[in-house]
Design a protein around this ligand. Structure first.
Ligand code: TXA
Ligand code: MG
Length: 364
């Protein structure tokens, strides 16, 4: 049975945290909040605990876990060497939503790294997470605490939906702050390479260490190569409905989605003859302009943080509504949009249409 405990970030209950830490030390699984998404914590130095993590998530075991630490000095204890730019990055961005890939040393079992000689390490910026890591022995592996293939959890409720009964404890710290997973940077390549975009943007990294590359397989749908972060190849974050991303200026996008939703609602029929149930991922600014479908605001274009925060929750809501097709607005022009679009495009299985193409077809 899974124990669910509310924790107040401002006044952390020591007894509960100690109990949670003991569970980790004894090889159990504890879900906990971080500033990005909820993680499923286990002892990172225990191969058997990693195996349990994969089983609970239903995740392929070639997909490596991120090791979470609570003190910067813990990093050098688990890696072979620290490339030059590492210190500048950890000084600037830790604790925070940045994961670094480094050569692992013998303390880190292959069970944790999915057989790789490298290890992903991050120091999260959440007092509950840091406390759990310290009490759990200092090295806590944590993938996102969702069932593999479901949107990442941004509330304890999401975690319970997926993992209740499969893990020992859930620490409920309320809503997360960021809502999309950490930026992953591979420090073993020259120049360092972004394997997954997040709240620490390319621009922010380059300000500190100069040139940074982006894994090209992230940018297109049918790259012949596998992405460098094994997890990025899976169709994560997948809503049950088919999803299509509409690209263009905000005003063109609204017009195009209205057109698509109208056509689908009025003329479209499912194989069983029933009308389509349509979902629309809109924004605070555009929400009132739609006339068909179930319309949900993902946040405000004026404040992208509201969008990262709501993104996975919206996908889960649409799953519950049982819509057949989701049209989503796209986001372009701000540095964080790389992270937002990466998740939306993955949810859409990379299905995207330029708004201009839809509007061109409009005959009246
Ligand atoms: O924000 C986050 O990073 C969250 C919270 C809980 O910290 N964690 C998270 O973990 O997103 P997960 O397991 O859902 O995603 C980890 C990603 C996967 O795509 C995995 O393939 C990649 O990191 N990864 C881990 N170790 C790696 C390595 N040694 N080399 C390349 N990619 C690695
Ligand atoms: Mg994940």
């Amino acid at each position: 049975k899974t124990k669910i405990e509310k924790i107040d970030r401002m006044q952390i209950d020591e007894a509960i945290m100690e109990e949670a830490g003991q569970i980790i030390k004894q090889g159990g699984l504890v879900a906990f909040p971080t500033e990005t998404v909820y993680g499923l914590g286990a002892n990172a130095l225990d191969e058997e605990a990693a195996r349990k993590t994969y089983t609970a998530k239903g995740r392929p075991s070639d997909n490596p876990l991120i090791v979470h630490i609570a003190e910067k000095s813990a990093l050098e204890e688990i890696v072979e060497e620290l490339p030059e730019e590492t210190k500048a990055l950890t000084d600037r961005f830790w604790p925070g939503p940045l994961t670094l890939i480094l050569k692992k040393n013998a303390r880190v079992p292959y069970g944790t790294t999915g057989g790789l000689d490298t290890v992903a390490v991050r120091m999260p910026d959440d007092p509950i997470a840091l406390e759990l890591i310290l009490r759990g022995g200092g090295y806590v592996s944590a993938p996102s605490a969702n069932t593999s293939g479901r949107p990442s959890p941004t509330t304890a409720q999401h975690v319970a939906e997926d993992l209740d009964g499969k893990i020992d404890m859930i620490l409920d710290g309320g809503n997360v702050n960021i809502g999309v997973e950490s930026t992953i940077v591979d420090m073993t390549s020259t120049p360092p390479m972004i394997l997954r975009p997040g709240a620490v943007t390319k621009e922010m990294l380059e300000e500190v260490i100069g040139e940074v590359e982006t894994d090209r397989t992230l940018l297109s749908e049918n790259s012949p190569q596998a992405p460098k972060a094994p997890g990025m190849k899976y169709r994560h974050y997948a809503p049950k409905a088919q999803m299509i991303l509409i690209e263009g200026s905000p005003s063109d996008t609204v017009l195009a989605i209205k057109q698509l939703a109208y056509d689908k609602a009025v003329f479209g029929r499912k194989e069983n003859g029933e009308p389509y149930r349509i979902g629309i991922i809109a924004t605070a600014e555009t929400m009132s302009q739609y006339t068909y479908g179930t319309v949900k605001s993902i946040g405000s274009r004026e404040n992208r943080r509201t969008i990262t925060k709501n993104l996975y929750g919206i996908l889960r809501e649409f799953d519950e509504e049982g819509v057949d097709i989701i049209y989503s607005e796209g986001f372009f022009g701000e540095a964080i949009d790389a992270a937002i679009m990466n998740r939306l495009l993955k949810a859409a299985g990379h299905k995207r249409i330029p708004a201009s193409e839809i509007l061109k077809l409009q005959t009246y």
